[in-house]
Design a protein around this ligand. Sequence first.
Ligand code: NDP
Length: 251
Amino acid sequence: MPWDLSDRAVAITGASSGIGEATALLCARSGASVALAARRGDRIDALAERIEAEGGRAIAVPTDVSDEGEARAFVQRAHDELGPLDALINNAGVMLLGPVEGADTAQWRQMIEVNVLGLLYCTHAALPLMREQGSGHIVNVSSVAGRRAASGAAVYNLTKFGVNGFSEGLRQEAARSGVRVTVIEPGFVETELQGHNAGNERVAAGIDKMKEQLGAVLQADDIAEAIVYALAQPPHVTVAEVLVLPATQRT
Ligand code: NDP
């Protein structure tokens, strides 16, 4: 067991696939109890069963994080059933790319509601619990797209730049109450995320081309390692920001 998260309770949003699923598995294998949130209840049920079959502890809570009530209920249930809640991993996200002009504005709302508001709702629910216990850790999964903007990604950039700014402001604010904040910025990771654009042939072709040019892209496990590294640090250490890129990714 490379990391020791024994006796920790960790809540993870977007745990039904990709980075969230890999993070849940690595947290559980490192000794943590995990609470899993996503809309696809069958996926998180199956993951919870898998974790329990391996000897871990997991609960699955079907949740749409863009619904404030559901987001808050997830965090509270994680705390009540597994807690005290040690960590919240705000990972749920969607990436819908394309030019600003002519965009389907429903896609903008979805990105802002999930990537930004969902993260804020879960954080708002977790903070008083963590302040009361004098410790806690909030990990926000942003992106390299939170540091560098690109044509065709402007609204996704807006959400992830927002996550980066919020994370740094919150890190400074929460430090007083013993709550640590980490922002994780992955580059290209092979997950279902790119498939969110399957309906837009031009965007999908651009993503395929980028992947081909990069060669070896990251796997979800690579990001799970970075998240668990941050969680496993001793209480006097905050890993504030981690940018993880495929070795070939320049922008
Ligand atoms: P996936 O598409 O595999 O995972 C996204 C997760 O978010 C799913 O579990 C999905 O679950 C969940 N989700 C989406 N909408 C909601 C919602 N309304 N409520 C609850 N959960 C929701 O992609 P990744 O694993 O790649 O993405 C995870 C995070 O990593 C995202 O924030 C993404 O922006 C970020 N990221 C990814 C990169 C990549 O290249 N893959 C690069 C940089 C950052 P469900 O559909 O079941 O609700």
